[in-house]
Design a protein. Structure first.
Length: 94
């Protein structure tokens, strides 16, 4: 192995969760901040925890509603176009 290219390893690194829990471990970083740990994760606690700090869920819901409204206005237009195309092809067949 080459000497001097590896990061320093800390045996006393601390992982801090947003819920306040701290763990001591070994890492190349002295301090690590995390959002969810084994103490507060829904899989281990059995409770639902809603994490949406950037508003992505609301934005998705808004886009979904706009899309549904748009589809409602487009569907009748497509039906009219389809019907006129069928009428045109029926007239050509006669």
């Amino acid at each position: 192995m080459k000497q001097g290219i590896h990061p320093a390893y800390h045996d006393d690194a601390v992982i801090t969760c947003a819920c306040g829990e701290t763990y001591e471990t070994g890492s190349v970083k002295k301090s690590i901040d995390i959002e969810i740990c084994a103490r507060c994760h829904p899989f281990y606690t059995g409770k639902q925890k809603y994490v949406d700090t950037t508003g992505r869920v609301e934005r998705f819901k808004q886009l979904s509603e706009r899309s549904k409204a748009r589809q409602a206005t487009i569907a009748p237009k497509k039906a009219r176009i389809r019907k006129s195309a069928e009428d045109t092809s029926a007239k050509k067949a006669e």
